[in-house]
Design a binder for this molecule. Structure first.
Ligand SMILES: Nc1ncnc2c1ncn2[C@@H]1O[C@H](COP(=O)(O)OP(=O)(O)OP(=O)(O)O)[C@@H](O)[C@H]1O
Length: 346
């Protein structure tokens, strides 16, 4: 399937003569040199990636690494300095104002950290607001809004005003409003960073549930590694405007691209992210016929439980075929980080 978003060699430089930077020797300067000598900030530097249909694509990085700028460029809330962006193959950089408005209202809706709710309107009217500006008639938009309020777990609170809701509930209203427009892609800009940890977890699960139910494509910004690993199908890790690695949580944690990424993921509990694929070895004829059965997506943590309970190795099966077996030695090797050495040796 063709990608939803396709981004190539994207640059965003803030400051004077910004357009002179990409492709010139200035592009090679460090962020500090560029700022001190030329008064420019290269917030996004030569970034390329695809967002695939139905995936949760997470943009992660420390504060100031360029996440918001990058995602805002996707719908030109910020104008890119150079590079190309396409949505479903259609050039975004060349869109006129009407087409852009259509893009933002119907195709790629944004959920912001500060919910952007209208304080004097009820929950239902806040959710319906996006439909109102789309010109949807009153009865239809109220029906649609009610459905979305229900979907995000706010049934019964339709008549409240935003001030009468908790932070998590307000964020649900923001989410319902974005969903009401039925966009192809939802763009989340650190939507949960203002929430306390328990509510935050609850909202992450909500996003995972919505994603599972609807399969909607999502682009999600966060500076929180645990959040990225929990909800992301793939993660683009940014540093100083560049994407230093783009891959699945397992690739990022299991095969960091450089020392920066390695350092970034050092404290991640590997057994909760890595799967049995990394702990597997070929099965002997006997082993292929006995022992508990695991899927290739089973985490090492779950496999440890299965192997400990059974007291034997476990089989990794896919479509009735035994891909290999995992035993305590292989599983412990992954926990200890020895799987990289073993793979390199192989
Ligand atoms: N309008 C602007 N003018 C000049 N510099 C800007 C502007 N907007 C952002 N920047 C700079 O671009 C860089 C990237 O900012 P951006 O907001 O994209 O980072 P971020 O990773 O989203 O950070 P945070 O997690 O703190 O929101 C920063 O150095 C920031 O100071």
């Amino acid at each position: 399937m063709p990608p939803v978003f396709s981004v190539r060699n994207l640059w965003k430089v803030f400051g004077p003569k910004a357009d002179k930077v990409p492709g010139s020797p200035l592009a090679e300067l460090s962020a500090e040199e560029l700022r001190e000598r030329h008064g420019c900030t290269a917030a996004v530097r030569d970034v390329s990636f695809d967002v695939r249909p139905g995936e949760v694509f997470v943009v992660m990085g420390l504060s100031g690494s360029g996440k918001s700028t990058l995602v805002r460029c996707l719908t030109r809330l910020i104008e890119p300095t150079s590079g190309s962006i396409a949505i479903d193959g259609e050039d975004v950089v060349g869109m006129d104002r009407d087409r852009l408005r259509e893009l933002r209202r119907h195709r790629a809706a944004m959920v912001f950290q500060h919910f952007g709710l209208l304080p004097h309107r009820t929950v239902l009217d806040n959710v319906a607001y996006g439909l109102e500006i789309q010109g949807v008639g009153k009865a239809e938009r109220r029906a649609k809004a009610a459905e979305m309020v229900d979907k995000v777990g706010l049934a019964g609170l339709e008549g409240r005003r935003p001030g009468q809701l908790s932070g998590g509930q307000q964020q649900r209203v923001g989410l319902a409003r974005a969903l009401a427009a039925d966009p192809e892609v939802l763009l989340f800009d650190e939507p949960f960073s203002a929430l306390d940890p328990l509510i935050r977890r609850e909202m992450q699960e909500e996003v995972i549930r919505l994603h599972r139910d609807e399969g909607r494509t999502m682009v999600f910004i966060t500076h929180d590694l645990a959040e990225a690993l929990r909800i992301g199908d793939r993660i683009a890790l940014m540093r100083g405007g560049r994407v230093v690695q783009c891959g699945t949580p397992e690739e990022i944690v299991g095969s960091p691209a450089d020392d920066y990424v390695r350092d970034f993921v050092r404290d991640v509990p590997r057994e909760q992210v890595l799967t049995v694929r990394r702990a597997m070895r070929p099965a002997t004829a006997d082993e292929a016929c006995e022992g508990p059965v695991l899927t290739p997506a089973t985490t090492v943590a779950d496999a440890i439980g299965a192997v400990a309970r059974a007291g034997t190795s476990a089989r990794v099966m896919e479509d009735g075929r035994c891909l290999g077996v995992v035993d305590h030695r292989g599983l412990l090797g992954v926990v200890a980080g020895l799987d990289g050495e073993r793979r390199a040796a192989a």
